[in-house]
Write a protein that binds this ligand. Sequence first.
Ligand code: ADP
Ligand code: ADP
Ligand code: MG
Length: 450
Amino acid sequence: MFEKVLIANRGEIACRIAHVLRAHGVASVAVYSEADAEAPHVAAADEAVCIGPPPVSQSYLDQARIIEVALATGAQAVHPGYGLLSENADFARAVAAAGLVFIGPTPDVIDAMGDKVRARQTAAAAGVPVVPGSDGPVTDDDAAAALAEAMGYPVLVKAAAGGGGIGMQQVTKPAKLARALQSCRDRGASSFGNDAVYLEKYIEQPRHIEVQILFDHHGHGVHLFERECTLQRRHQKVIEEAPSPFVARTPGLREGLTAAAMNAARAIGYRNAGTVEFIVSPDGAFYFIEMNTRLQVEHTVSEAITGVDLIGWQLRIAAGEPLTLAQADLAIDGAAIECRLYAEDPDRKFIPQPGPLGAFEAPDLPGVRVDAGVAAHQTVTPYYDPMIAKLIVHGPDRAATIARTREALSAWTIETLTTNRGFLHEVLGTPEVAAADFHTGWLEKYAKGR
Ligand code: ADP
Ligand code: ADP
Ligand code: MG
């Protein structure tokens, strides 16, 4: 095992990684921007080094500076968390070139899956069903129009390098296609430095269901069942759960999804933790949409139902240890729900609400875990993602878990800052959530209609 690991991230995930490192007897190094001097992730690590001004381009995305700090502090490995540099193959290469271990898959795999067009081709070649769409990037607008016509509207234009719900546009009629192509190209170029776009058939009223996988360096891998992430706004997950209630009531679906995910992972020689994402249509047909070659925000619900410490395994796998979990030993225990707490105002179009936080105290209830990136009496700055904490609740079954989550949301002390807490509580009280009768557009519509 490593003796010291640098955490190239901030917020709740950096805190969580620091705690896991401590539990494994590994020393931790945090990096932080000038805006984060008081942030909990700084206190959570054994050492912390300021790496620059608040903008991420001058701090958390400064690859050279982060590697310099890793070398100077004697760290042997770098954990990238999620977002930021976690899916940056150049960073993974630079880390390795500096003689350090990047905790994640190989740079080539990150590249292969980071380009969503290549990822589609790889998945299809492995026999995994992909959403009907363009074979490669769309460069010619007339060809795109012909393909959209052949597939039938609505279609989805997607940036090949997109992520976090950015660079994606639904098109309902031919007259709007050219503009959508251009706008996704622009967005891809400005947000991800890549203007390639592709087309997919827009699957109507679908669910987003994904499979967590874990592979070691010796060819052994397991899946940790599925997560349902259908409750989204702007293509971004808000509430996630495991197992998926839709999978649970659809015969054969779990077997199909998990086998497809394992095939996709094996086809590329995947290592470490990853997630294969699928769109599932109401008739139970499923289609690969992308693979995230990193830990995901919602990995916590899989940990809750399986009792597996995913970050602990990420470390052990990266250190070369064999994965000793066998598929037959893994089972689903009850149900788990994660709510993303955002500093935002649900009554004013969810605009971010940075500002001072007063009292902030996690509810002390059984089966409740809070992963927070902020602490009481600190200020939430406008520089980073407005997600400030996650509430993870585990219960014996789905109904009990929903009830417990609502109770925990009410009991959570969050003073002065405006958040989506009340919105989460309200959503979890709807008959649609109780019956798991929703699709990826449902929450958005619900939010607009309230
Ligand atoms: P996840 O399921 O991990 O959230 P996504 O593909 O939805 O995966 O998001 C990709 C990454 O973008 C995430 O790792 C997350 O850290 C980051 N992200 C999420 N929300 C935002 C946001 N509002 N702005 C910028 N980055 C974000
Ligand atoms: P990102 O990289 O931003 O996470 P994804 O390709 O994973 O992008 O898609 C994000 C979300 O967009 C999905 O969870 C789903 O809600 C929606 N989506 C993506 N592809 C399709 C599709 N072909 N049909 C319908 N909805 C889709
Ligand atoms: Mg995705």
